[in-house]
Design a binder for this molecule. Structure first.
Ligand SMILES: [Zn+2]
Length: 209
């Protein structure tokens, strides 16, 4: 039977312990362990550590599993954070798109009341004009800019007065030139207003947008 060196014996120890060596090599190992005190000692230590799994080793494995689990939870948390940020970004982008589209809707489908009056002379007195279907100005949609434009084709400037249904003056402006506009932000939505003007000329074109 061939003899083996201590280093080869050490290499073979785990396989020997598992009983996976060939019969011949097993015999060689057995012989070496019987004759070599150092290797025998080492083998016995190894056997104690591996063949009888100590509670220490189990604890180690539990720790490892726990660590892995924590790692997974942490990864999940990071992922949740990333998803949350992504969703928030989507909401922002979505909101912006809606806003943009309202802008587009505004530009192309902006509602307006158009009033054109020919050959007018109010003789310096306030005269009621009819705006909208029932004669009253009513900004009944969010798409109104709430502005009045005296169209540039108008022949002269006008004076404007806006009153609520009770006759309270909400807004008064003495001279609005053709091409100019006046802010009607003060007016509430879904509220009827009586519009009066003072004007003189061939044509007055008013846009309530
Ligand atoms: Zn040896």
């Amino acid at each position: 039977m061939e003899k083996i060196s201590c280093s080869i014996a050490k290499d073979l120890m785990p396989l020997y312990m598992d009983g996976v060596l060939s019969a011949e090599t097993t015999e060689v190992m057995k012989a070496h362990l019987e004759s070599c005190g150092n290797c025998r000692k080492e083998y016995e230590t190894m056997e104690q550590e591996w063949k009888l799994p100590s509670s220490v080793r189990l604890q180690e494995e539990n720790k490892k599993m726990l660590k892995e689990l924590k790692h997974q939870i942490k990864r999940k948390r990071i992922l949740t954070g990333v998803v949350a940020v992504f969703l928030a970004a989507m909401v922002l982008v979505g909101g912006y798109l809606v806003y943009e589209n309202i802008g587009v809707v505004h530009e192309y489908f902006s509602p307006s009341f158009e009033v054109s009056i020919r050959d007018i002379d109010t003789f310096g007195e306030w005269e009621k004009i009819s705006v909208g279907e029932d004669g009253y100005l009513n900004f009944d949609s969010v798409f109104y800019k709430k502005e009045m434009v005296v169209h540039a084709d108008s022949s002269d400037s006008i004076a404007l007065r806006i009153m609520d249904r009770e006759g309270n003056v909400i807004l008064e402006s003495e001279e609005i030139l053709p091409g100019e506009s006046i802010d009607l932000e003060k007016l509430h939505r879904n509220t009827d207003y009586q519009v009066e003007i003072k004007a003189k000329g061939e044509a007055v074109f008013l846009w309530f947008v």
